[in-house]
Design a protein around this ligand. Structure first.
Ligand code: CA
Length: 652
């Protein structure tokens, strides 16, 4: 039953109950063994004394963040200290520039929240944090302020210049068999035949294939969350965190994660980290011993979110609906964190800052964005921007309609003065527009006109170029299946993806035509062929791919590598024209006509001839262009557009 995992009281209370029950049982057992009353009583007294001492003993389990950095913009730092009855101890420290401001006790005596102020003058170095009780020293923890790494290739930001590859580390490549099954974790077996079990993929597997990705034209890797998900089953996706400060040992170590980011940077690539504000896994260490009852949202009985983003923006919404959307749990195994709790706020924000500074991450993808507390998220965004001005951030908005997703972006024109400070979102509307352009029947607002209409709604955003656009991901049917394995439509879609405004993202395997529908979602999360030793096929190499797969791979590669040198695609504006004769045309351009990219999409079954006079604003004075895919020169006075084709032309 689900209700059994909802903590009704803190674990300390349960511990006390357990200990007194134990004493009663002990009394009975001892009475049976010893007939001599005096002896019996002495023994019980001894055991009771031992237990009482034990009850009030302090033990340090962890301090988080386990280290911090000197020179952060925000001098405030709140340490979470966890240990048995740690609240009974007092704390002292002495280090130039570091001030112990306040020690906060909370409901559960196994926690202390220690407010420090780390001034700008505090130098990198180590100092002891001393714990004592009744004037006697108990233990100390060596805290470290590390030097902030200001190297130029760290925390670069991810922009329209980039092309993101989304992968699931468990399903991409197994680079280290020794970590496939890790002793002590709840999931005890590997099973590549089951979509629900771990398959053994890891960070080393990704590191091993960075060159493959670079060759494909990928500039940025985003993987589903890498931190520990020590759940009994089906947590390979990474969205049920059980330790915020630890890379899942099946993927590697914190040090290996840092090395992965550094290796990517050394190759001129970037890294996005996927983070979850909204929820954790029930196996999380702090969920098993909650600092306070309202650390997570508590309901009288299990209450699931309605998944209705409308309740957040709807001026007619009830408070009850809004509360259920924001405070309801995502699923029974993922408790909903209470982002109104200032300790939770500090914990999450510091954790994200810690990872970025520690590893040098370039961007963040925020999971389940609409489910979070809006005020907290806005505050969070400002705090991160203050520390890392170049960091890129986009929120997952799996919602329907441009206005609904624009609502969550910072500085938009629709949400009446509340600024989320969120730069970008996952642009589902563009994806829907492209799907409709490829699969729909052309009509006034349907087919290719839908995509035109979606892009026309960009006035709702402060800056739509910060949106992440994609044709598929780990929660959606694979793109090649969506277009019914129609290779022409596949190429049309990839050309639109790689020339549209925004930051394009591709899901692993789409370059080799991996397919399936996401019901259940495990079907779109299968292993990349060749990522495991002994795989029958290795699709990381051209010899292992079929001709058609190579054609797809090379198509993506050509466009992706073209992007790397096209200023128009990297930073240009977009001008679109009303579709006529079922042909949709847009341009990506900078101030000069040279290098302007003209995109022409014909989604019909017929070859069309496009007269170009009405595009004079963008093509004036130009007579020829280069077809980016074929490298052929074409006249742009009149352009032949084959059936089911997106042409990508660079004006000469
Ligand atoms: Ca492995």
């Amino acid at each position: 039953m689900f209700s059994s995992i909802l903590p009704k009281e803190t674990n300390l209370v349960s511990n006390l109950n357990a200990q007194s029950n134990f004493l009663v049982t002990l009394h009975q057992s001892v009475s049976c063994v010893f007939n001599n009353t005096r002896m019996k009583n002495s023994l019980i007294l001894l055991i009771v004394l031992f237990l009482s001492t034990n009850l009030f003993a302090q033990k340090l389990e962890r301090i988080e963040p386990m280290f911090w950095f000197s020179g952060m913009k925000n001098p405030k730092l709140q340490l979470l200290v966890h240990g048995e009855n740690i609240a009974a101890s007092s704390i002292s420290l002495s280090y130039p520039g570091v001030k112990l401001v306040k020690i906060n006790k909370v409901e559960n005596p196994n926690y202390l929240f220690v407010d420090l102020e780390v001034s700008a003058s505090a130098k990198p170095g180590k100092f002891p944090i001393n714990f004592s009780a009744k004037g006697e020293k108990l233990f100390s923890y060596t805290y470290e302020l590390k030097n902030r790494d200001k190297s130029a290739n760290r925390i670069q930001g991810v922009t329209q210049k980039d092309f993101i590859y989304l992968l699931m580390p468990d399903r991409f490549s197994n680079g280290d068999k020794s970590n496939d099954v890790v002793q002590g974790l709840a999931e005890t077996a590997l099973n590549r035949d089951s979509m629900y079990y771990r398959h053994g993929g890891d960070l080393q597997g990704v590191i091993n294939h960075l060159d493959y990705l670079k060759d494909l034209g990928i500039t940025t890797v985003w993987m589903t969350p890498e931190i520990e998900n020590d759940m009994e089953k089906a947590s390979y996706h990474g969205y049920a965190a059980t330790d915020h400060y630890k890379i899942d040992p099946r993927y590697g170590t914190n040090e290996l994660f840092k090395k992965y980011v550094e290796t990517a940077h050394a190759k001129g690539m970037k890294v996005i980290k996927d983070i979850v504000h909204n929820h954790i896994g029930t196996g999380h260490w702090f969920f098993k011993d909650l600092p306070m009852k309202n650390w997570v949202h508590q309901w009288p009985k299990y209450t699931q979110t309605s998944y209705r983003d409308q309740t957040v923006m709807d001026t007619h919404a009830s408070e009850a609906d809004r509360k259920r959307m924001l405070d309801g749990w995502f699923v029974p195994s993922m408790p909903d964190l209470n982002q109104n709790n200032p300790y939770v706020q500090n914990y999450l924000t510091q954790n994200h800052i810690w990872w970025i500074e520690y590893a040098g991450i370039d961007g963040l993808r925020l999971d389940t964005y609409p489910y979070n507390d809006p005020e907290y998220m806005a505050d969070w965004a400002l705090k991160l921007k203050a520390e890392f001005p170049n960091l890129s951030v986009f929120g997952e908005t799996f919602v329907s309609g441009v206005a609904n997703q624009a609502y969550f972006t910072g500085g938009n024109t629709v949400n009446r003065g509340f600024d989320t400070h969120l730069p970008g979102i996952t642009d589902m509307a563009v994806k829907e527009g492209i799907y409709e352009a490829l699969n729909g029947k052309n009509g006034w607002t349907d087919g290719i006109n839908r995509l035109y209409d979606v892009v026309a709604h960009d006035f709702l955003y402060k800056d739509p170029t910060l949106n992440c656009i994609a044709l598929d991901n780990h929660d959606m049917s694979r793109f090649y299946s969506v277009v019914n394995e129609d290779f022409d439509k596949y190429k049309m879609g990839m050309a639109l993806l790689l020339t549209m405004r925004g930051i394009p993202q591709m899901y692993y395997g789409t370059e080799i035509l991996m397919k399936n529908f996401s019901n259940p979602d495990g079907l779109v999360r299968s292993d990349f062929p060749g990522g495991w030793e002994g795989d029958k096929k290795d699709k990381f190499i051209s010899n292992g791919r079929t001709n058609k797969e190579n054609e797809a791979f090379n198509y993506v590669k050509t466009l992706a590598n073209y992007r790397k040198n096209s200023m128009a695609l990297q930073s240009g504006k977009l001008m679109q024209f009303v579709p006529e004769d079922d042909i949709y045309v847009y341009f990506r351009y900078n101030n000069t006509a040279k290098g302007t990219v003209m995109v022409i999409s014909n989604n019909t079954e017929k070859e069309k001839t496009l007269a170009t006079e009405r595009f004079a604003e963008r093509i004036s004075g130009i007579s020829t262009a280069k077809n980016i895919i074929t490298n052929q020169s074409v006249s742009i006075k009149e352009i032949k557009v084959p059936a089911k084709t997106t042409l990508v032309l660079e004006l000469n």
